[in-house]
Design a protein around this ligand. Sequence first.
Ligand SMILES: N[C@@H](CCC(=O)N[C@@H](CS)C(=O)NCC(=O)O)C(=O)O
Length: 258
Amino acid sequence: MTSPTDAPRLVTIRFSHFCEKGRWACDRAGLDYTEEFHSPLFHVPPVRRVKGGRTTPILVLPDRVLTDSTDILKHCDAQGADLYPTDPTLRKEVEDWEEHFDETLGPAVRRLVYFNLFQVPSKFLVELFRSAAPEGERRWVSPTFPLVRFLMRKGMKIDAAGAERSRQRVEEVTARVEGLLSDGRRYLVGGRFTAADLTFAALYAPFIGPREYGAPLPGFADLPEPFAPLRDTMTARPAGQYTQRMFRDHRRDHRLGR
Ligand SMILES: N[C@@H](CCC(=O)N[C@@H](CS)C(=O)NCC(=O)O)C(=O)O
C-alpha cells in the first residue's frame, strides 16, 4: 500500500507529445500516479526543483527521478505495461525505432505544428495553454502569452526555414513507417503493440488530436488555416490512420475507466 507521498508524480507540459508518450505508458502500466501539469515555460521552475534540466516528462518515484520518456517507458514496462518483447533481436528493433522517433520525429513534429499554430488567431493557443495550466498559473497565461511565444520561437527556432526542414524530416520518418505498414502489418515490430507503436503514435498525434489523447486539446477540431489542411492531410494518410488505430485500440486510461 503506497502512502500519498509515495505515489509517483508525473511532471508534464500537459499537451506535449513527449509527455503523452510517458503518460500513455503510466496509464498502460496502471500506475497510481498524480500528474502535475504546467503550461510551457511555467514548467521551468517546477522542473528545476526536481532535476537539473528543463524538459518534461519527469516521473518522480519514491527512490529516484526519471527524466526521460524512454526511462519512463522502461519503468512502466517493468510495472506491467508490456512494451518491449523478450526476444533480444525484437527488443533491439523496438528500442532502435523508439530512439529514432524520439530523435527525429518528436522535435520535427513539434516545430512544424507550432509554426502552423503560431499563424492561427492567438486565442486558440492561449486557450490550449490555459487548459495546461493549474489553478494558480492560469491567470498568467494570457498576459504573458506574447513573451512566451517569442521565447518559444527563439528557443526552438520556429521559423519558415526551420519548419521546412522539419517538414522534410517528418516526411522521411513517416514514409519509412508507411513503407513498413504497406505489407498489411498492424504493428511495427513482432506482430504486437510495443514501445515502437506507442512512441510513433504519441509523437505523431499533434497532427491529429486523437479523441483518446490524455490531455485536453480545446479547439483542435475548429483550428483554421494554415493548421487545418496540415491536420487533414496528416490524418488521412496511412500513418495517420495507423496512429488513430493505436490510440483507439491501446490508449487505455484506467483512471477514466477505459
Ligand atoms: N528526450 C526527452 C525529450 C523531451 C522533450 O523534448 N520535452 C519537451 C516537451 S515536448 C519539453 O519539455 N520542452 C521544454 C523545454 O525544453 O523547455 C524525452 O524523451 O523525455
